[in-house]
Design a binder for this molecule. Structure first.
Ligand code: ZN
Length: 131
């Protein structure tokens, strides 16, 4: 397993980590297989989403904020319950197929770390398997 370190810059942002994940695949020498991307945090998530138009990411964040307002009433009282809810909805892992040494992503797809309670230093764990 390889551990990527990502320093996020804002409380909420989508960080495109596709090239970093591809570097792990490159380093593995894997031609055909599966790449697992896992985030070991409870207020950040991993998603495969549109990487071409950054407005998509802004809209996703805006609508998640509407769905889970930061100032709603929560029992968890460290001020980031909205981030936990966003993270559970988006999910903590992604799986991407590898073909001829490249991540098999659709034309518009990228792999994102979704930060919901930054800025922080986050880890992303990447594992490559034959298959
Ligand atoms: Zn919390």
């Amino acid at each position: 397993m390889m551990k990527l370190t990502v320093k996020t810059q804002k409380r909420e942002e989508l960080c495109d980590i596709t090239s970093e994940v591809q570097k792990v695949v490159d380093g593995s020498g894997m031609s055909d297989g599966i790449c697992y991307v896992y985030i070991p945090h409870t207020t950040a998530a991993v998603a495969v989403q549109e990487g071409d138009d950054s407005a998509v990411g802004r809209d996703i964040m805006a609508h998640l904020r509407r769905l889970f307002p930061r100032d709603a009433q929560y029992e968890h009282n460290d001020g980031n319950m909205d981030a936990h809810l966003k993270a559970i909805l988006v999910g903590n892992a992604a799986t991407v197929l590898i073909d001829k040494g490249k991540l098999c992503l659709g034309t518009w797809q990228s792999v994102f770390l979704c930060e919901f309670d930054g800025p922080r230093t986050r880890e992303v764990w990447v594992k490559v398997r034959a298959g």
